[in-house]
Design a protein around this ligand. Structure first.
Ligand SMILES: Nc1ncnc2c1ncn2[C@@H]1O[C@H](COP(=O)(O)OP(=O)(O)OP(=O)(O)O)[C@@H](O)[C@H]1O
Ligand SMILES: [Mg+2]
Length: 248
């Protein structure tokens, strides 16, 4: 098995008296993509935020490359991670500045910032929007900015919380394909929350199932779903029909 990049042990997260998470052990390996699935309220977003060191667990350890997170090293570890939330949460400035700001905060030199922002805007097909202010973007465009911002940080770990749920199907399909390629090319490890099982075959080496704050299953797609992962599904076929209709 690959080396572990992120690992949690004996993890508990409580809000007031309510236990939201209780996870004995969970590990993400180098270059791996895990799909995190489970019903509403299962604790998926909370787990992502605990692992991204945005929420402090009530008990237990989050380890990054074998080093337990502490208040002293948390910022340094957080800088190796990027999070894409369901809602893009853009700053009220231009697309360019939205992607550049995190790099500025990390002290990346100006020329390098220019290069990286340009590259990721290009890769996500939004270079023409660089000067556009964030409130003048469509939902899909804003989501692309949010993804460009995360990738430009060149993180070691990427957390994606239902990043496509508000997008139309063609946009979602093209972003899934792009993201799949980007993750493979960059070797970034990722955890991807989704409710749409048709997305799972795209971005998944393993699937983790969370219920009531507990990991009830982890395994390969086939082990969890008892079928072979196939990207071709009826929705994709429908899209093909739609595409050929549009073309004809
Ligand atoms: N800020 C908060 N204050 C109090 N309770 C919260 C808060 N955020 C989440 N919770 C509760 O914690 C539990 C887990 O929430 P979480 O958002 O992690 O679930 P989820 O699996 O991401 O659900 P969904 O699929 O709906 O996004 C839920 O019962 C939720 O009501
Ligand atoms: Mg959630």
């Amino acid at each position: 098995m690959n080396n572990t990049i992120l690992e949690v042990y004996n993890l508990q997260f409580k809000r007031g008296n309510r236990e939201i998470l209780n996870i004995d052990h969970f590990a993400l390996h180098e270059r791996e993509t895990i799909a995190l699935i489970g019903p509403n309220g299962a604790g998926k977003s909370t787990l992502l935020q605990v692992m991204a060191l945005l929420l402090k667990p009530t008990r237990g350890t989050v380890e990054f490359r074998g080093v337990p997170a502490t208040p002293r090293n948390a910022l340094a570890i957080r800088r190796r991670m990027a999070v894409v939330f369901q809602e893009p949460l853009l700053l009220n400035t231009t697309v360019y500045e939205n992607v550049a700001t995190g790099l500025k905060l990390r002290g990346v030199p100006r020329q390098e910032i220019k290069k990286r922002v340009g590259r990721w805007l290009e890769l996500l097909g939004i270079a023409h929007l660089a000067g556009r202010r964030s409130h003048q973007l469509s939902g899909g465009e804003a989501q692309r900015v949010s993804l460009a911002r995360a990738f430009a940080l060149e993180p070691d770990v990427l957390f994606l919380d239902e990043p496509f749920s508000a997008l139309d199907f063609p946009t979602r399909l093209s972003l899934l394909n792009e993201l799949d390629r980007l993750l493979k090319d960059t070797g970034i490890a990722a955890i991807f929350v989704t409710h749409d099982f048709s997305e799972v075959p795209y971005l998944t080496d393993r699937v983790a199932v969370l219920k009531n704050g507990r990991l009830v299953k982890t395994g390969t797609f086939e082990e969890i779903f008892k079928v072979k992962p196939r990207r071709e599904n009826y929705i994709t076929s429908l899209y093909r029909v739609f595409e050929s209709d549009a073309a004809g």
